[in-house]
Design a protein around this ligand. Structure first.
Ligand SMILES: Cc1ncc(COP(=O)(O)O)c(C=O)c1O
Length: 380
């Protein structure tokens, strides 16, 4: 089956009892057993739930994995990955990562005596140079957040394999429509399902998808022991969103490309960060690695300072001033004061996340309306 067919049919089988074309939402917290100590497929909803299972089946199929786990949020999924590590271990992470991931690694995971080095993932040699005998995990994001840096995933896998370390990628921006990292040898794909998978800004969730059953078992053990599972209602909403994922993402990519070209030609803009522009340093890798589109996230720096960028994000009318991304409505934000405010300021600036940077999530509105909205806001 092709992607769009799988998104609709895998994990969404009709209900055998009633014939309902949409599987029912299973709300029970516990399940009756036939015999003491002999467990049926489901026993308690933290350990497994039919609605969640359906979504996990869909996700595993779309990401070319063998199995998946759905979490209460993207951060819960990322945290589960970090719990594979123990005291003394080391993580090498791309420097262009979600601010909440930076906070988790530097301000929570560090309490377990796990250390982190941030390195530009655009350069596999730099990643390799940061690896020590204690390194157990390479954490990647491509396109990176908020600089849209592109990481050569196959090259990173080669580096990781040479050193026998696990690789994980936050695939939230690319979605499996554009990039399927497990096919390139990455060990774990993580998603904030809150974003494109759900697609309508009305559900919070996360996921990990893997291609190796023993890795799945280790992650499942942690998830079941710690309990950050996805609710059946949110699982239903995310499963519903996934049915239109490919169509939404492709349309959003087209609009993002048009807006990037418009901004790139505008004298009020200092630089545009979008992998679909031939001038983007990761354009050639993105052409190879991303399947027919460059994503619907883009960032740009206004010709001005923090205050100018703040005025622009506060002046759009269709682009709503909010963090998050990946839904039908377009959003705008200033990373320095919003999505990446949890970076230490020095680290943020050192990694190129400037005060005048603006990030937009391109939705499904008409591209002419979105362009006109940016145009009037840039005059603010
Ligand atoms: C790229 C990326 N990864 C992870 C997360 C965290 O996901 P959640 O908010 O679902 O916990 C976000 C949230 O904004 C994100 O943008």
């Amino acid at each position: 089956m092709k992607f769009r067919t799988k998104a609709i049919h895998i994990g969404n089988e009709r209900d055998p009892q009633t014939g309902a074309v949409v599987p029912p939402i299973h709300v029970a917290s516990t399940y009756v057993q036939h015999h003491a100590g002999e467990w049926r497929e489901f026993d308690y909803s933290r350990s497994g739930n039919p609605t969640r299972k359906n979504l996990e089946t869909t996700l595993a199929s779309l990401e070319s994995g063998c199995n998946a786990l759905a979490f209460s949020s993207g951060m819960a999924a990322t945290h589960c990955v970090t719990m594979l590590l123990g005291s003394g271990d080391h993580i090498v992470a791309g420097s262009d990562i979600y601010g909440g991931t930076y906070r988790l690694l530097h301000k929570v995971v560090d309490r377990t005596n796990v250390t982190v080095s941030l390195v530009s993932a655009k350069d596999p040699d730099a990643l390799e140079a940061a690896i020590t005998p204690q390194t157990k995990l390479l954490w990647l994001e491509s396109p990176g957040n908020p600089l849209m840096s592109i990481t050569d995933l196959a090259a990173c896998v080669e580096v990781a394999k040479r050193h026998g370390i696990l690789t994980a990628i936050d695939n939230t921006f690319a979605t499996p429509v554009l990039t399927r990292p497990l096919e390139l040898g990455i060990d774990m794909v993580m998603h904030s399902a809150t974003k494109y998978l759900g697609g309508h800004s009305d559900a919070l969730g996360g996921a990990i998808i893997v291609a190796d059953e023993s890795l799945y078992e280790r992650l499942y053990f942690i998830q079941n022991a710690t309990g950050a599972v996805l609710s059946p209602f949110d699982a239903f909403l995310i499963a519903r969103g996934i049915k239109t994922l490919a169509i939404r993402v492709r349309e959003q990519c087209d609009t993002a490309q048009r807006l990037a070209e418009f901004l790139n030609a505008d004298r009020r803009i200092r630089r545009v960060l979008y992998p679909g522009l031939p001038s983007h340093p990761g354009h050639d890798i993105a052409l190879r690695q991303m399947d027919g589109g460059f994503g619907a996230m883009l960032s740009f720096e206004v010709d001005g300072d923090f205050a100018k960028a703040k005025r622009v994000v506060e002046s759009t009318k269709l682009f709503q001033l909010a963090v998050s991304l990946g839904a039908v409505e377009s959003l705008i934000e200033q990373p320095a004061s919003m999505s990446h405010a949890s970076y230490d300021a020095a680290d943020r600036l050192a990694h190129g996340i400037s005060d005048e940077l603006i990030r937009i999530s391109v939705g499904l509105e008409d591209s002419d309306d979105l362009r006109a909205d940016l145009d009037q806001a840039l005059d603010a």
